[in-house]
Every structure is written in structure tokens, then in C-alpha cells.
Ligand binder design. Structure first.
Ligand SMILES: Cc1ncc(COP(=O)(O)O)c(C=O)c1O
Length: 463
């Protein structure tokens, strides 16, 4: 069987992996859009922060964020379709802000680790109620990366093993453990060994896969075969860890995840789902797992903190409450009352405003419009997603599926100048993940702008 690496994840130069801060287009964006006070603070930021890919030098300087919108120092507003995944209930939702203020007024924010507090107990109880299929035991920490590592440690304790299977091109956080299971070149190179025993396999991608399969069942079967090959040769497997839906996003079949679950059971590994991005309504259900199955450990973060406080954690099954003589977490802010107040308010907003239903309906509308746009724009190779978790794969040629990263970047900066913000992933895939409180009018406005910008780039305009 001929394997085509470029058709799958392929090897791409760093500048083409998407949204890096070193490209010529980024330089032009700064020259055209930063002046006066904003330029001064941008330069100060650049002067005092450690430079690193994807964050410093930054894109621009923000003054505020509200609902689905960001506002920069010059008062220019951007409908933000990225939000780093923290903005499911919208930025600074009044109910979340109110709950945080009220908790501060009540006089308990930080809670030393040997104690508990009412908001934290209520939060753990609430998660036991709303997470799927018998998940009932929580543990919290400040970041998604830490939560991933807690999940990995728990899987090691439970199984007495240490190896993992995860996915190429996935991102699970910046720590050594989280980056080790992550599959992006960006976070591995030049650092020496991360964690031992981290094996990577292909996520089932129905549009791009190394085998050029077009039938979903063939892709699933081959991807499962690859997992089984590793499981057979590496008997010490503690866990398979992945996002239920990949970040680009590819929505796998239920058959695929059932196959993975079956292999996990057969070879004694746990299944960990990373829902740091996909939890809390993003995919049209409270948790993305609900589209597939319940994992052994569910990892949550980002929107859990209401977009105001950093909060992440794991929720697992009663039977894994089995290591009383060890610590898998032990983070200083494990039971921060302020974080819990924000999380409870965020969850209440999602439930009361039916943000899961909104994400499902608006997502279906956006997918329909984008698929219609694909009929007019040869640059659009594929449109994927579910709920308000959408990807547009841009190609130079629909036959070869050659990626179009320069075009994607030009479209991104053109949209940004018109007040629409989003990120690209894998270089050529536009991702749309707006706040779930976005209105249909705002969504249509954004899609009109995107439509226009794609048309301009197709007509030969660059940025
Ligand atoms: C899927 C996924 N998992 C984990 C993380 C890590 O979360 P944090 O940045 O809070 O450490 C991220 C962050 O972007 C993520 O997207």
C-alpha cells in the first residue's frame, strides 16, 4: 500500500504550521494596524516578555472583551472565533462576573489545601450530575496541561503501567507530560526527551489520511489496526488519550471510538478524553463524549473557569478512587473557592441559556452556509465540524489536496482588518469557534466577511 505522508499530517516547515508570529504577513499586519499608544504597549510587551512562537510578539493589544467580542486599545471590535476556548458563555458574562464578585465579598477566595468550601463541594457535585455515564469523582488544578498530567498519573496508578497512545498533531498542553502525549512538532523539537513510552498514531481523518482512503470504514479500520499494532508490541500500555473530536476538527464515527474502547478493554488500558476545548456545550452537547461513549477519565478546562479564572480538572469513575496513599494532583489552587464560584455560574449560564442547543442549531446553520460556499470557492477543499466547532480546509488543488497555508493566512489577516478574528490550524485550516452566545446575525455577518475574503484571495489578492 502506498503511503502518502503529504496527504496525511505530512512534514511542514514551522512557518506553515499556522498562526506563527514570524511570517511576513504578520509583519505587514503590525505595520498596517499598530500605531500610537497600541504600538507603544506592543513594543513594551515585546521588550519584557520571553519571545516564543505563537505568543510573543503578540498580535495586538486588547482593552476589553465582552460576549462574543474583543476590543483593542484603539476601540476597534473583533468578533472572536477563537477565544482560546475559554469563552463558551461569552467573555465576562454578567452572571459569572457577579458570582465572582459575590464570592469575593463573602470573604473566601483562596482555600488552603487541607480544607474545603461550599462552592467547591457544589462544583464537584454538579460535575458528577452533568458528566456522562457514572463519572463522579473530581480533582481540580489551574490548567488543562496539569489536568492532563493528573489523568496520566491516575492511569499509571490504576494500571501499574506507564506507556500511552495518543495522536499526531494533537495538543494537550505545555508541560512535559502533556507535551509528551501531544503530537505537534512545535512543542517537541529541541527539548530532549519528554516522557518515556509516549506512542503516537494517526487520528481517523476522512478527508486527509496517509493511505488516501475515502471510505470512512476503511479509515477507521486502518486507524484501529495501527492502535492494535502498538498495543500488541507494547504490553505496558496505561492509556489511550485523545480529544473525542480532533482540533482541526474531524468528527470520527462512533464506530471508531467504540473500536478504541474495545481495544482498551482487551489490552487493559484506560481511555482518557481531553475535553478541555470540547466540553461545556461547544459541540452541541454539554460534553463531546456524549456523541460517542463515556471515557474512564474526562479532562476539563478552559471554559470551566468561566473565561475569568484559570480552572481545569478531571472527572473519573468511582472505581478509580483508589489511591488514598498517593497524590496525583496536589495543586495549591485545588479547591479555590473563587474558581468554583465562576465555574458554577458558567455551568448555570450554559444550562439556563440553552447554549448546547444554540451551538447545535447555529453550528448546523454555519455548516450549511459554508458547504454552499464551497460550491462557489475552489479554495475550500472540505468543511468539517459539529456544533460551533468548525474547520475549513483550504487547498490549492482539490485533486491533490495541496494545502494552502499562505492563502489561509491572507484570508485571516483580511478578516481581522474587517473585525473578524479566528485562528488557522495545521497551516491551512481556518477554525471557527465563536462564543456560544453569538447571535445568528453576528454569525451570518462573520460568514459574509469570510466569503468576501476567500473570494478576494481566489482572485489573486494577497495580504
Ligand atoms: C485540547 C487541549 N488540551 C489541553 C490544553 C492545555 O490547557 P492549558 O493551556 O490550560 O494548560 C489545551 C490548550 O489549548 C487544549 O487545547
Amino acid at each position: 500500500m502506498a503511503i502518502d505522508r503529504q496527504a496525511g499530517r505530512g512534514v511542514r516547515p514551522a512557518a506553515e504550521q499556522g498562526d506563527v508570529n514570524t511570517t511576513e504577513a504578520r509583519q505587514r499586519y503590525w505595520e498596517r494596524n499598530l500605531a500610537g499608544e497600541a504600538r507603544m504597549w506592543f513594543d513594551e510587551d515585546s521588550r519584557y516578555f520571553l519571545h516564543q512562537s505563537l505568543s510573543t510578539p503578540v498580535l495586538n493589544v486588547l482593552a476589553r472583551a465582552e460576549g462574543a467580542w474583543l476590543e483593542d486599545l484603539d476601540g476597534k471590535r473583533y468578533l472572536d472565533m477563537h477565544g482560546n476556548g475559554v469563552h463558551n458563555a461569552g467573555f465576562n458574562h454578567p452572571a459569572v462576573v457577579g458570582a465572582v464578585k459575590e464570592q469575593l465579598d463573602q470573604g473566601l477566595s483562596f482555600c488552603p489545601r487541607r480544607y474545603t468550601n461550599l462552592p467547591m463541594v457544589r462544583l464537584a457535585k454538579k460535575l458528577a450530575e452533568i458528566t456522562p455515564g457514572g463519572l463522579s469523582r473530581s480533582l481540580f488544578c489551574p490548567s488543562g496541561s496539569d489536568a492532563i498530567e493528573m489523568a496520566l498519573k491516575l492511569a499509571r496508578y490504576v494500571t501499574g503501567r506507564f506507556k500511552t497512545i495518543s495522536y499526531w498533531d494533537s495538543f494537550h498542553g505545555a508541560g512535559f507530560g502533556a507535551a509528551g502525549v501531544g503530537g505537534e512538532e512545535h512543542f517537541h523539537g529541541g527539548l530532549g526527551p519528554l516522557v518515556p513510552g509516549a506512542f503516537h498514531v494517526e487520528f481517523p481523518n476522512y478527508y486527509r489520511n496517509p493511505w488516501r482512503f475515502t471510505r470512512e470504514e476503511d479509515v477507521d479500520a486502518e486507524c484501529l489496526r495501527q492502535i492494535e499494532l502498538v498495543l500488541r508490541r507494547e504490553p505496558e500500555m496505561a492509556a489511550v488519550i485523545g480529544e473525542p473530536i480532533s482540533a482541526n476538527p474531524v468528527v470520527p464515527s462512533r464506530r471508531y471510538w467504540e473500536g478504541v474502547r474495545e481495544l482498551c478493554v482487551r489490552y487493559g488500558a484506560l481511555l482518557i478524553f481531553d475535553e478541555v476545548i470540547e466540553g461545556f456545550g461547544r459541540t452541541g452537547r454539554m460534553f463531546a463524549s456524549e456523541h460517542f461513549l463515556t471515557p474512564d477519565i474526562l479532562v476539563l478546562g478552559k471554559s470551566l473557569g468561566g473565561g475569568i479564572v484559570p480552572l481545569a480538572g478531571i472527572v473519573t469513575q468511582e472505581k478509580y478512587n483508589c489511591c488514598p496513599d498517593r497524590s496525583v494532583g496536589h495543586y495549591t489552587h485545588e479547591k479555590n473557592a473563587l474558581s468554583a464560584a465562576a465555574a458554577l455560574a458558567e455551568i448555570a449560564v450554559i444550562e439556563q441559556e440553552d447554549l448546547c442547543g444554540r451551538a447545535a442549531n447555529l453550528g448546523a446553520h454555519a455548516l450549511e452556509r459554508l458547504r454552499a460556499m464551497a460550491g462557489r470557492h475552489p479554495l475550500i477543499g472540505s468543511v468539517t465540524g459539529i456544533g460551533l466547532h468548525i474547520g475549513i480546509d483550504l487547498v490549492r488543488d482539490r485533486q491533490t489536496k495541496e494545502r494552502a497555508p499562505r492563502e489561509a493566512e491572507a484570508i485571516m489577516f483580511k478578516c481581522l482588518e474587517r473585525g473578524l478574528a479566528f485562528k488557522t490550524i495545521d497551516g491551512n485550516i481556518i477554525t471557527l469557534r465563536p462564543a456560544l452566545v453569538i447571535t445568528r446575525e453576528e454569525l451570518d455577518w462573520a460568514l459574509d466577511i469570510l466569503d468576501e475574503a476567500i473570494g478576494e484571495v481566489e482572485a489573486g489578492a494577497g495580504y
